[in-house]
Design a protein around this ligand. Structure first.
Ligand code: SF4
Ligand code: SF4
Length: 150
């Protein structure tokens, strides 16, 4: 008989403890974000793919890249292609091609660190999904020309 009452007591206690946990969860602040309708602020340390930084005060009025190719040479994954051309009446080279094969990038940051003009930085792009690797071949010059960069 005493075993019967002890079982009832243990069951009742367990029920109350369980309800306590439920009530605590009900009254605590909601931390779940209803993505993609809601989005949280991205950390400044976030490393998305690299991008040319927009700079309207630069020599060409668009970006600070001088086509030196240091970033491409320092990239351990060989995923950057930079090409510049000499143009009549213009000092230095004019950037013609700046592409990134992001599917190969390890986000190591060597390109960003080695750039002598601080022309590139990590973007905060994280909504990247595609069905082919080619979709991750980015034309970074076009992106900055179209105003798609920060
Ligand atoms: S972050 Fe590293 S791997 Fe990616 S492009 Fe720059 S140097 Fe290459
Ligand atoms: S290192 Fe900087 S300036 Fe040189 S090509 Fe790369 S982005 Fe341009």
């Amino acid at each position: 008989m005493s075993h019967y009452f002890s079982e009832i007591f243990t069951g009742g206690k367990s029920l109350l403890v369980g309800l306590g946990v439920t009530f605590k969860a009900l009254t605590s602040p909601v931390v779940t974000v209803q993505y993609p309708r809601e989005k949280i602020d991205i950390s400044p340390n976030m490393r998305g793919h690299i991008d040319l930084i927009k700079d309207s005060e630069s020599k060409n009025g668009l970006h600070r890249c001088i086509s030196c190719g240091l970033c491409a040479r320092n990239c351990p994954c060989s995923c950057i292609v930079v090409k510049g051309e000499k143009q009549e009446g213009v000092k230095g080279k004019v950037l013609k091609i700046f592409t990134l094969e992001f599917s190969k990038c390890s986000l190591c940051g060597l390109c960003v660190e080695s750039c002598p003009t601080s022309a590139i930085d990590f973007s905060d792009e994280y909504e990247l999904a595609a069905f082919s690797r080619e979709a991750f071949n980015f034309d970074l010059l076009k992106r900055v020309q179209q105003g798609d960069t920060k």
